[in-house]
Design a binder for this molecule. Structure first.
Ligand SMILES: [Zn+2]
Ligand SMILES: [Zn+2]
Length: 94
C-alpha cells in the first residue's frame, strides 16, 4: 500500500470512529448529534455560501459549476437529478 493510500485509509477509519462516537468528523470536537461541531459547520456553511455566490455571479450551476441549462437556475444534469429526487419523494409520500 502506498503512503497516500494508507493515510486515506487511516483518515477514513478515524472519521468512522468519530461518527460512531458522535464527534465532529472534522476536528473531533463535541457536536449536538450532527456530523460536524458548530464551528466546523459554520466554516463549511461559509465556504458553501462563498462558492455558491461565486458560481451565481459567474452564471454557472451553483451545485457543480457546469454551464446553466437554458431557462433554469442549474445545469441540465443537476436539474434532472433534482427532478428525479422530487419525483421519488412524491412517490414515497403518496
Ligand atoms: Zn469540528
Ligand atoms: Zn450542476
Amino acid at each position: 500500500m502506498s503512503w497516500n493510500k494508507k493515510q486515506a485509509a487511516n483518515r477514513k477509519k478515524k472519521i468512522q470512529k468519530r461518527r460512531e462516537q458522535k464527534l465532529c468528523t472534522n476536528c473531533g470536537g463535541n457536536t449536538k448529534g450532527l456530523s460536524l461541531c458548530d464551528r466546523c459547520n459554520e466554516i463549511k456553511n461559509e465556504r458553501q455560501r462563498a462558492s455558491r455566490a461565486k458560481r451565481n455571479e459567474a452564471g454557472v450551476c451553483p451545485a457543480c459549476g457546469k454551464p446553466l441549462a437554458i431557462g433554469r437556475n442549474r445545469c441540465q444534469y443537476c436539474y434532472d437529478r433534482k427532478k428525479k429526487a422530487n419525483e421519488r419523494y412524491r412517490e414515497k409520500n403518496k
